[in-house]
Ligand binder design. Structure first.
Ligand SMILES: [Zn+2]
Length: 351
């Protein structure tokens, strides 16, 4: 009897506290989120000034299936709006244009964000229709897609291309593909600088199940091929060299001695096995799809992988310094094929 009571109480508490995000609208700089049960919701707002990202977190809120995960707005206030739901917390992230101010009002089961230009205070004239996506089945895993570099950090540049641009374009396609089966979070969706440790923190805060970082390699004119990496305390001289370049943007963080990191040995081993297995399949997909040289799967001390609690890999899809490597990735269809190969390799390990 007592057990039944406890069970009932548990069920009651879920009924009492869970809410549903029913509908969202955006028009002329006014975003409205409408909740079904009209209960008081535990909400917190954070604004990242340097990246102009406003994030609203709603505790114990389920997002209705037909609400699109990403809305490309691109008016004078907002670039993109994304909605994610992880472990009972729904997050609406507004990627704002620089100089956009916001005001939040909460009333009777609605949250309204009103945007204006900081300086002139003028109001917008454009409107955007929300296009619902197909209802999706419940997604079990959260995957973080990390486009390497960004903002002041261009990564490697060669042949008139910047690593940060190609990495972002490939990552966006990868994220879109993975969204069919997973909750997907991108560490960046625009050309912004994000410190390496913040990228890992984004994954850890979301309780991510997997982290994949997309990069392009640089080397001498004859260097070519693809390679993948997982985090390892031991590394070969070659792998250390690649890690040194990718870590260089954030040397303050990247150079912290390994001994200062509390790395749980059991998780370290489990993550390493899983990471290496996915890294192998991802590399095989690139090699077989594009005929690139198979440079190998390596363990290395990448700062961005080291800080992530989940299994994590870094993919060097080819050499930006070698035109025949990147030539195949320049078309939309090439990027699409690359992204779908990587996504399918990841799928094999998360189902
Ligand atoms: Zn890179």
């Amino acid at each position: 009897m007592k057990r039944v009571l406890i069970l009932l109480l548990l069920i009651m508490s879920t009924i009492v506290f869970s809410e549903t995000l029913e509908k969202v609208t955006y028009r002329n700089g006014v975003y409205t989120a409408i909740f079904k049960e009209k209960r008081k919701i535990n909400t917190s707002a954070t604004f990242n000034q340097s990246q102009s990202i406003l994030a609203l977190d709603f505790q114990n809120v389920t997002v209705k299936n037909n609400i699109p995960e990403t809305l490309k707005v691109n008016d004078q206030y907002v670039d993109t709006i994304s909605i994610t739901e992880v472990a009972g917390i729904a997050t609406i992230s507004f990627y704002l244009k620089k100089g956009t101010a916001y005001r939040l009002v909460s009333r009777n089961g609605e949250i309204q964000a009103t945007f204006s230009r900081e300086k002139d205070g003028s109001t917008g004239t454009q409107s955007v229709k929300l296009k619902p996506t197909q209802p999706t089945k419940k997604k079990k895993y959260t995957i973080v897609v990390d486009a390497g570099h960004g903002g002041k950090d261009s990564g490697a540049t060669a042949n008139g291309y910047r690593e940060k641009d190609l990495a972002l374009a490939i990552s966006q396609k990868l994220a879109n593909n993975l969204r069919k089966d997973f909750n997907v979070i991108m560490t960046r969706n625009t050309d912004v600088f994000i410190p390496l440790q913040t990228r890992a923190k984004i994954a850890n805060d979301a309780n991510a199940d997997f982290f994949v970082s997309i990069h392009l390699n640089a080397g001498g004119s004859s260097a070519n091929g693809a390679e993948t990496f997982y985090f390892s305390k031991k590394e070969s001289a070659y792998a250390a060299e690649v890690a040194r370049f990718e870590n260089s943007v954030d040397s303050g963080y990247a150079d912290i001695p390994l001994s200062d990191f509390i790395i749980n040995d059991i998780f370290y081993r489990i993550n390493q096995q899983k990471s290496a297995a996915v890294a192998t399949d991802v590399l095989d997909s690139i090699v077989s799809n594009f005929g690139l040289r198979r440079r190998g799967v390596f363990g290395a001390n990448f700062a961005v992988l080291r800080g992530t609690n989940a299994p994590a890999i870094l993919v060097e899809v080819g050499f930006i310094t070698n035109y025949s490597d990147i030539d195949q990735y320049l078309s939309e269809s090439g990027k699409e094929r690359l992204a779908s190969g990587i996504a399918n390799a990841i799928r094999k390990h998360f189902n």
